[in-house]
Design a binder for this molecule. Sequence first.
Ligand code: 3PG
Length: 419
Amino acid sequence: MKYLTTSHEDLRGRTVLLRVDMNCPIKDGRIHGKRRIIEAAENLQYLKESRAVVITHQGRVGNDEYVELDGHADILSANCGRPVRYVRDVMGDAAIDAIRSMKNGDIILLDNLRFYAEENYDYKSNADGASSMVVRRLSPHLDACVLDAFPCAHRRHPSITGFAYAGVDAYAGVITGRELTNLSRIMSIAKAPHVVVFGGSKIDDRLYAMDRLLNGGRADHILLTGQVGCLFLYAQARLDASMVSKEITSNHGLVKRAHILMDKYPGKLHTPVDVAVNTGDGRRMDVDVRFARGFTIGDDAGPKNMQIHDIGPNTVEFYSKWISSAGTVFISGPAGRFEHECFAIGTRSILQAAADSAATTIISGGHLTTALANMGLTDKINHVSTAGGALVLYMTGAVLPMVEALNWRQKDEMCVMRT
Ligand code: 3PG
């Protein structure tokens, strides 16, 4: 695989597409946690004499994080020390004209890739992306691409695999190079017992990963927090429907999959013993899960917003013991709504337990890495990655589609050179 680790002679004066992942947490329309943009900017120091066309996705269709990229362009510019022109288009005439009028050293940022339908589907095979519209329209104007969207490397989206399979010369970016090198070193020294702590809200991805991790012997115990923890507690009939999200109660498939996993791996999946509910006025109340069903506050038995926002203190203690006696600890996804001070206790305590543990530790995902940095604990962890789902999939032993695409392009190049 070719890495963008030095200024490549062959990229000078050329038009280079840089696919990064600047998908950031957005609150009230503003970017919170710029780490991914700062990391993405590192690539631009190796493309000073190229014409860099930067692309990224942001959010998911319909959620609060699905926004335009003006703010991203400003932060990228501030971190690479050069102007970044934001073009409100991805593959129409405005984008093509902007690319064609670039000079060496110019940087443009095209619009949010997910504004186009095809970037929201996981294609069946990596090669399918090559026939997508975005690849067909942009490729003729490109000399090379740098694939560095490591947090999105598990998605079979056109911009992740399509350019390489369409024959565009492909390099792995700075973050991808660093991740793959560090992870292969860490995996070679990882010792049992392997303890995985899963939280966050991407339940579907987590269920898939749990099966692969436990089946492949890459996890001995999985400690559940966040939305995925709520799913299992709900499946165990320990919570009322009003305490968990609609995604859980309206999707019977998720509950069924949780049951299948509990049956298949007895004693391997651990659920919270207590949870913190939002009392409705933003305050926290810890509830033992044995008494969670039918739980009400005070005399008023009327419906209140009693959704679960964190794990409780007894769960923290219980999980911390697993973490301190582990050989390897892998944590992905926050334990609760850590952006609210009173529901950050679970996430912070789990991170503190990892920092104090003698185990080899890996912390994954934008939210956790931000929390870790705010706590000043980043240096106490063996590997910290802004990638969430992609890293989880990597840990299961799967080859990520973006990495497959880079390897495929490399082999293809060798074949062309030989013939
Ligand atoms: C992430 O934040 O995990 C990546 O950017 C992928 O985002 P997605 O789960 O919306 O595809």
